[in-house]
Unconditional design. Structure first.
Length: 227
């Protein structure tokens, strides 16, 4: 009989450490190994909650190399906790590949509910949420980004995407050009001391871009076309 190896998908706070769940703490305390996007970052989190567990780095640059090692631990009955630097693994963060392969190999994947920038921002944006389309991070290349946005013009519902501070101004310019009259909400540094929300039509936000602090990753929400 195959040992009951389990991969726990454990969300961690996106800013405020009080947002970690009791269940997440219990899993981190009881697991055999923590798979961490950045062991230094996760090490600080574990130290804060007085948790001493071995860690193994697992990120987008070593996913393929780590896969066999992780599956071997699962085959031995290991209980492994997958975390990223912040938020929910696999949601525009490392984890999707090993989660899929764990399922494929017949091991149990147990996801925990918890912190996620996408859902946190969406719940407070004030835009329609009955139909939502999540785009993750857009391509860094301008032509591909623009084509992606153009392909979304006829999609009903609210669009949600992540953007880095280095490209937020370029994104605002693209939104101003492609969908100037749509309502846009920017959420930055969610749950942290300097949390910021910026709301307005795409064209107006472009004109106000100098007032938007360019620091920390953004969640960008774009309302549906107004008929």
């Amino acid at each position: 009989m195959t040992p009951a190896g389990v991969l726990y998908v454990v969300p961690t706070p996106i800013g405020n450490l009080e947002d970690i769940t009791l269940r997440a703490l219990n899993i981190l305390k009881s697991c055999d190994l923590v798979l961490a996007e950045d062991t230094r970052h996760t090490g600080q989190l574990l130290k804060h909650f007085d948790i001493g567990k071995p860690m193994l780095s697992y990120h987008k640059f070593n996913e393929a190399a780590r896969q066999e090692q992780i599956l071997e631990r699962l085959s031995q009955g290991g209980h492994l906790a997958l975390v990223t630097d912040a938020g929910t693994p696999g949601i525009s963060d490392p984890g999707q590949r090993i989660i899929a392969e764990t399922i494929h190999q017949g091991f149990r994947v147990e996801p925990l509910p918890g912190a996620c920038a996408f859902t946190t921002a969406l719940s407070g944006c004030g835009l329609p949420t009955d139909e939502v389309h999540f785009l993750g991070f857009l391509d860094r290349k301008s032509a591909r980004r623009r084509r992606k946005l153009e392909s979304c013009l006829d999609i009903p519902g609210t669009l949600v995407l992540y953007e880095s501070p280095h490209r937020i101004e370029k994104l605002l310019e693209e939104l101003k050009d492609l969908m100037p009259d749509r309502d846009v909400v920017l959420a930055r540094e969610l749950t942290k001391k300097f949390e910021q929300w910026v709301r307005g039509r795409a064209e107006a936000l472009w004109e106000r871009r100098q007032s938007i602090k360019i620091k920390g990753e953004f969640v960008v929400m774009i309302g549906p076309e107004i008929s």
